[in-house]
Design a protein around this ligand. Structure first.
Ligand SMILES: *[C@@H]1O[C@H](CO)[C@@H](O)[C@H](O)[C@H]1NC(C)=O
Ligand SMILES: [Cu+2]
Length: 322
């Protein structure tokens, strides 16, 4: 038995699969929710999380399991957490081994009155939080995944207060960049958002999984061991711009030029906020960056787009520099 374990360990060392993982539990507005337990039968398991069977990464972003991992289906004893818009959600990973890469969170509204039974590849997703290269260079910098590890293997996001009430899948993801191709680790949970949010995500930022990423995206192909990485201070987080409503978060490094800034962005990690990040100013006469908000009901920020982009109406609540 001991020998068998030892050789299994040696094999896993050789294969380089010593440790991967995913989100094991959640704290949602102060209530703890267990996740699904991978490597175990779904029979008898009850969780707000969708099924994910193993700790392995996904290294092909065109696979259907990019949506909610393998296999992403609902449990027979599936639960849904009720959460007021504006609440904090803390996701807890296993002892996470990969400190190099971004953290991302998405929502997708389900049709009908529940997400139970809904295929996540049929949904339209929008990004509500992202954090990438926090400081330093691509080769030697501090990444959001490293901050997640430092924070007890947890990452805190806010359900934007402006998200309309309804049933959603909440998709957490970290992308590990220590290997090529990059390793995506998504997990999903079912939540019912309550409140009076009235800012639906503009169609321009809705994506599908798979579909949202390409294997050729710079944030996927990046080589953190290259010579260029030793001086590169920008990392383009994959996926669409962040939802423009209140409470969505973008955390980027001081010199980052991630193209997905949002005028309403703030950070859930004040210690790492940079005043020169790509968040926009609402000072009169300010110019909005490409993909940023430039108009819509209640908008008081800049209405002039940076040269090369044009303010384009998405809906009554949102116009974007495109
Ligand atoms: C650290 O994370 C674990 C879950 O992995 C949680 O049970 C524990 O309360 C956390 N500790 C602190 C201090 O937040
Ligand atoms: Cu791993």
């Amino acid at each position: 038995m001991k020998a068998a374990l030892a050789s299994a360990f040696a094999l896993s060392q050789i294969a380089g699969v010593v440790a991967h993982g995913g989100v094991l539990s959640y704290d949602i507005a102060g209530t703890t929710y267990n996740g699904f337990v991978p490597y175990n039968t779904p029979v008898g398991q009850s969780s707000i999380q969708r099924i994910w069977n193993k700790y392995d990464p996904i290294q092909d972003v065109t696979l259907p399991i990019l949506a909610c991992n393998d296999n992403g289906l609902t449990l027979d004893l599936q639960k849904t957490a009720s959460v007021a818009a504006g609440s904090k959600v803390v996701a807890f990973w296993n002892t996470w081994p990969h400190d190099t890469g971004p953290m991302l969170a998405y929502l997708a509204q389900c049709p009908g009155s529940t997400c139970t039974g809904v295929d996540p590849t049929t949904l339209k997703w929008f990004k509500i939080a992202e954090a990438g290269l926090i400081s330093g260079t691509v080769g030697k910098g501090v990444w959001a995944a490293g901050q997640m590890i430092a924070a007890n293997n947890s990452w805190t996001i806010t359900i934007p207060s402006t998200v309309p009430a309804g049933n959603y899948l909440l998709r957490h993801e970290t992308i590990a960049l220590h290997s090529m191709p990059a390793q995506n680790y998504p997990e999903c949970a079912q939540i019912q958002i309550t409140g009076s949010g009235n800012v639906p995500p503009p169609a321009s930022i809705l994506v599908s999984f798979p579909g949202a990423y390409k294997q050729t995206d710079p944030g996927i192909t990046i080589d953190i061991y290259s010579n260029a990485a030793l001086t590169q201070t920008t990392y383009v987080i994959p996926g669409p711009p962040v939802y423009p409503g209140t409470g969505a978060t973008t955390t980027t490094g001081p010199t980052s030029t991630v193209g997905s800034s949002s005028s309403s962005s703030s950070t859930s990690r004040p210690a790492t906020t940079s005043t020169t990040a790509t968040t926009t100013s609402s000072a009169p006469g300010a110019t909005q960056t490409k993909y940023g908000q430039c108009g819509g009901q209640g908008w008081t920020g800049p209405t002039v787009c940076a040269s090369g982009s044009t303010c384009t109406v998405s809906n009554q609540y949102y116009s974007q520099c495109l």
